[in-house]
Ligand binder design. Structure first.
Ligand SMILES: *Cc1c(COP(=O)(O)O)cnc(C)c1O
Length: 380
């Protein structure tokens, strides 16, 4: 099979059969004409079940993650919800990492827990704690986010997946921060990959989307059914934009990684920064593991300031880094997790301290990014 960059550009991107257009059109349609009752053109019927533009994206997503099946959803959380519904029912139990996206925690805690799906939050780097958390016959999923949001913790995908399998559970990896360019969880032994394609895969802060990629045909059938029966699908236009963005994923990720490394090193020596959380720094506790399971350290950098007031002052003082939720776009963003992305985790085991500021380092010129951070820190 061809290399990542080549697949990102060519998978399911065939010139139009009729007029040779190099880029396939966006199929803005909700339904397809049937030749006779039940005689479908290329299997297409009503577009909640399948749309050619969405199918092309799904094939590309599967190819990039090295999986057999890909599914595209209207948001990352819709994709995660489909995984939970496909693998768990009332009475089942999940194990979640002790640092993860606040919205994922909120969905487990306030949507699925009231419906009877229990969960525990565990430090997945603590093998004894992880082994002790399994409830025989009940634990169906271990939910791994690595690097984690926002503390940039690195978890061992291969090891956690093996322990999950020993206990009859599936390992799910939220690969949003790393992207398949930097990390391919299925190749490391995980069972299911989920994404918020809103972030790096979309890459331009102009779409919402999610994805599920996996190898198991039986679970894939369930996900396909939920996608169809619940209907949280991506629109043809969003699917088309996301597919277009995949073509530059490798280029963008190299630039994000290079800029983030310099930003992390800049913060590392700065007197107003108490601690930097970036796996590309040799002092990061997950540095060696990240070198092993990733092909680069990503574009996300978090820092700790002396208190919440200083953190908010930094987040509100940047000019080029835009104060906004979300991440992974070409433009740099800054976020104060305790009151923004992780507000729903307040008073929970995954609460994020008010001293933390998270940066999504974009692909602008590094000199401009550093100048902006310098001027912002001078106001702290
Ligand atoms: C944003 C995000 C999600 C949720 O995705 P949406 O597209 O916002 O629904 C899930 N996981 C991670 C790591 C995220 O950053």
């Amino acid at each position: 099979m061809s290399q990542f960059e080549t697949r990102a550009i060519h998978t399911a991107q065939h010139p139009d059969r009729n007029n040779g257009a190099v880029i396939p059109p966006i199929y803005m349609t909700s339904t397809h004409r049937q030749n006779a009752v039940g005689d479908l053109a290329e299997g297409y019927e009503y577009n909640r079940g399948g749309n050619p533009t969405r199918d092309a994206l799904q094939e590309a997503l599967a190819s990039l993650e090295g999986g057999r099946f890909g599914f595209s959803f209207s948001s990352g959380l819709a994709a995660e919800d489909a995984v939970i519904r496909a693998t768990m029912t009332a009475g089942d139990h999940a194990i979640l990492a002790n640092d993860l996206y606040g919205g994922s925690f909120r969905m487990f805690n306030r949507v699925h827990k009231p419906a009877g799906i229990d969960f525990d939050i565990v430090d997945l780097n603590d093998e004894d704690a992880l082994r002790a958390a399994f409830k025989p016959g009940k634990t169906k999923l271990v939910w791994i986010e690595t690097p984690s949001n926002p503390m940039m913790t690195i978890f061992d995908i291969n090891k956690v997946s093996r322990i999950a399998h020993e206990h009859g559970a599936l390992a799910v990896v939220d690969n949003t921060f790393a992207t398949p360019y930097l990390q391919r969880p299925l190749e490391l032994g995980a069972d299911i990959v989920v994404h918020s394609t809103t972030k790096y895969l979309g890459g331009h802060s102009d779409i919402l989307g999610g994805a599920v990629i996996l190898n198991d045909g039986e679970v894939a059938d369930k996900i396909r059914f939920i996608q169809f029966a619940v209907g949280a699908v991506s629109s043809a236009f969003d699917a088309w934009l996301t597919h277009r963005s995949l073509k530059t994923l490798a280029l963008r990720m190299r630039a994000h990684c290079a800029n983030a490394q310099v930003v992390a090193e800049f913060f590392d020596g700065h007197p107003k920064i108490e601690q930097v959380y970036y796996p590309g720094l040799p002092a990061h506790p997950g540095h060696e593991l990240a070198k092993k399971q990733m092909h680069g350290f990503g574009g996300m950098v978090s820092v700790r300031l002396k208190d919440g007031a200083a953190a908010k002052r930094l987040a509100e003082s940047t000019k080029l880094f835009t104060l906004a939720e979300s991440l992974g776009g070409v433009e740099s963003l800054v976020n104060h997790p305790a009151e923004m992305t992780h507000a729903s985790a307040a008073n929970s085991p995954i609460e994020v301290g008010p001293e933390i500021v998270r940066f999504s380092v974009g692909v602008e010129h590094i000199d401009d990014l550093l100048a902006d951070l310098e001027q912002a820190l001078s106001r702290v």
